[in-house]
Design a protein around this ligand. Structure first.
Ligand SMILES: *[C@@H]1O[C@H](CO)[C@@H](O)[C@H](O)[C@H]1NC(C)=O
Ligand SMILES: *[C@@H]1O[C@H](CO)[C@@H](O)[C@H](O)[C@H]1NC(C)=O
Ligand SMILES: *[C@@H]1O[C@H](CO)[C@@H](O)[C@H](O)[C@H]1NC(C)=O
Ligand SMILES: *[C@@H]1O[C@H](CO)[C@@H](O)[C@H](O)[C@H]1NC(C)=O
Ligand SMILES: *[C@@H]1O[C@H](CO)[C@@H](O)[C@H](O)[C@H]1NC(C)=O
Ligand SMILES: *[C@@H]1O[C@H](CO)[C@@H](O)[C@H](O)[C@H]1NC(C)=O
Ligand SMILES: [Cu+2]
Length: 248
């Protein structure tokens, strides 16, 4: 009964405040404010918010959806996160409820001020990705399941900004892809503004770049996947789609 009650509560929670996303960022011990999709619209003028506006934590289903870049509506933030190349950027989630699928952190160069940058058609590169850590696709341990603390306390996902990256303004895009629905991938992206500092001089070549949307399509078996299908469910390897990660 106790178990039943718990799962009903879980189910209700999922259907009302369903899904989730990154709500804060940290660099070292410093926390930055994200945009709370259920918070007041006074956030629109908040000079401390570093995250692009998102107004729903529902997933994006279409691989061609323009909002795949920075969620809906993706309005620029006023502030940015100062970070030295070589440091980690950490995205903070609170009650992440899904368990299957990869997580990818991306950057794109704002080529100037991120507050006026439109990411449509931009070249994005990966700085980190997390997938299946052990076991099988259906029942194994995905990072997505392992990183979530399940109790509403901060769940942390850190990736490194390569030390050799040239300084400048960048968007960072944290993406979780949830694959629990048969042949219906769910995309959960959020973007924040970064001001990368340091003495780096490098920038990844075209072989590391992808368009978002563009990088995914329903012909890719890693995206259009039924994780319950015999012959898929028991696989122990999942290749994260998209270009290789740029490590600097
Ligand atoms: C996290 O961001 C929210 C806005 O999304 C803000 O209200 C909250 O204060 C931030 N938390 C911390 C610990 O900075
Ligand atoms: C893009 O995704 C958002 C969020 O799910 C949805 O509201 C919108 O209708 C989608 N747009 C298209 C063109 O499918
Ligand atoms: C920085 O991020 C990397 C990649 O996730 C991780 O292996 C490392 O432990 C992180 N370092 C710190 C200090 O959090
Ligand atoms: C950049 O180089 C200068 C001079 O060598 C050094 O003082 C500084 O700490 C370096 N900055 C970073 C972020 O590594
Ligand atoms: C789907 O993506 C794959 C991998 O990037 C690519 O090879 C293929 O041409 C794409 N198919 C379509 C229909 O866009
Ligand atoms: C996975 O399941 C399929 C279909 O049931 C079977 O043919 C295959 O041998 C299994 N593979 C592994 C690695 O267990
Ligand atoms: Cu969900």
């Amino acid at each position: 009964m106790w178990q039943l009650a718990l799962s009903v509560v879980g189910l209700l929670a999922h259907h009302t405040q369903a899904h989730g996303g990154a709500l804060n960022y940290t660099v070292g011990d410093t926390w930055y404010n994200g945009y709370d999709p259920f918070g007041p619209t006074t956030q629109d003028n908040d000079p401390t918010i570093v995250q692009r506006k998102w107004i729903t934590n529902n997933p994006i289903f279409e691989t061609s959806n323009l909002s795949l870049a920075c969620n809906v509506p993706g309005t620029p933030a006023h502030a940015s996160i100062p970070i030295n190349a070589g440091e980690n950027i950490t995205a903070v989630y609170y009650s992440w409820v899904h368990t299957v699928g990869p997580m990818i952190a991306w950057l794109t160069d704002c080529k100037g001020d991120c507050r006026t940058f439109d990411p449509t058609g931009a070249d994005w590169f990966k700085i980190g990705q997390e997938g299946l850590l052990w076991g099988t696709i259906q029942e194994g341990g995905w990072f997505q399941k392992e990183f979530s603390r399940w109790d509403g306390t901060p769940s942390l996902w850190s990736e490194n900004i390569p030390k050799s990256l040239k300084p400048g303004n960048y968007l960072v895009r944290h993406e979780i892809i949830a694959l629990h629905s048969e042949n219906k991938p769910q995309f959960y992206p959020e973007c924040a503004h970064l001001e990368v500092r340091g003495n780096g001089t490098r920038f990844p070549g075209i072989e590391y770049m992808a368009k978002i949307p563009g990088v995914y399509n329903m012909s890719q078996p890693e995206i259009n996947i039924n994780i319950y299908l015999p012959g898929v469910s028991n696989l122990t390897v999942y290749n994260i789609p998209g270009p290789p990660v740029w490590r600097g």
